[in-house]
Design a protein around this ligand. Structure first.
Ligand code: UDP
Length: 238
């Protein structure tokens, strides 16, 4: 078990690799450990400062991992050794790859109907045991939660963007506590090729956020808000 470190009051686990995370998700007998993995990035940390509901959700994560170079830097300063960023867009696929040999039942929720359908088909093609699928524009949350319960899914992947996906997971866990949940933002769009991920070099240079900004200039307001995180980091207040 990796010990928890707090960044601005938000718990984060300083994982050294994706394998560290996988060994917490899967038990030695290849079952899954119930819980929820949440990607912690500067945006969520800032949101938690002003919004107690967001903070409550982040405190509830059993696997809070650093998906954001700002969070990795803040953690490295506390633990005094190099760490690795865990991109959620890669982690969920690794989790599902690990689920294949045991055919662990998986339910996927989120994205636009055509993206959801393509993601469903592509995952089935890879051998993932998908027992249910819903796009992210459902009418009735309770009906969907009932369907997930009925499917007996042990892994539930939710791609609704933040904080919608975390709120959904929090409701779902109230009825289905024995599953492992993961919120994955826009990962289904990337998975089916609807949205391109930054080229590898940009990722290596930790500039994925800048690439997304160039591709989706409407994200600029979200990015400007992050200057506050930079200020908190350099003034040693995280
Ligand atoms: N989405 C959804 N239902 C909604 C709102 C959004 O399924 O009511 C999906 C949307 O289609 C996209 C994802 O959630 O696939 C959000 O992607 P974004 O890149 O904004 O999320 P982030 O990774 O930044 O949290």
């Amino acid at each position: 078990m990796v010990e928890v470190i707090t960044v601005a009051g938000v718990p984060v686990k300083p994982y050294r690799s994706i394998n560290d995370v996988l060994s917490e998700v899967f038990t030695e007998t290849n079952g899954v450990t119930p819980g929820v993995a949440i990607a912690i990035n500067p945006e969520k940390i800032l949101a938690s400062i002003n919004n107690s509901k967001v903070k409550e959700i982040l405190l509830d994560a059993t696997i809070p991992y650093a998906d954001g170079i700002g969070v990795v830097k803040a953690l490295e300063r506390k633990v005094n050794h190099p760490l690795c960023r865990i991109p959620g867009v890669e982690l969920w696929l690794q989790v599902l790859t690990y689920s294949i040999p045991q055919q662990i039942p998986v339910y996927i929720v989120g994205a636009k109907p055509e993206v959801s359908k393509q993601a469903h088909e592509k995952l089935l093609g890879k051998g993932v045991n998908i027992v249910g699928c819903s796009d992210g524009y459902f009418q009735d949350q309770n009906t969907l939660i009932e369907d997930i319960k009925f499917s007996k899914a042990k892994i539930v992947i939710v791609a609704l963007g933040s904080p919608k996906q975390e709120l959904f997971i929090s409701e779902c866990r109230k009825s289905i506590s024995g599953a492992f949940y993961m919120g994955v933002g826009g990962s289904f769009d990337v998975f089916v090729g609807h949205v391109k991920r930054a080229p590898e070099l940009w990722c290596k240079l930790h500039l994925e956020w800048f690439y997304r900004l160039l591709k989706e200039p409407s994200r600029v307001i979200r990015q400007v808000k992050l200057l506050k995180f930079v200020y908190l980091y350099f003034s040693n207040r995280l």
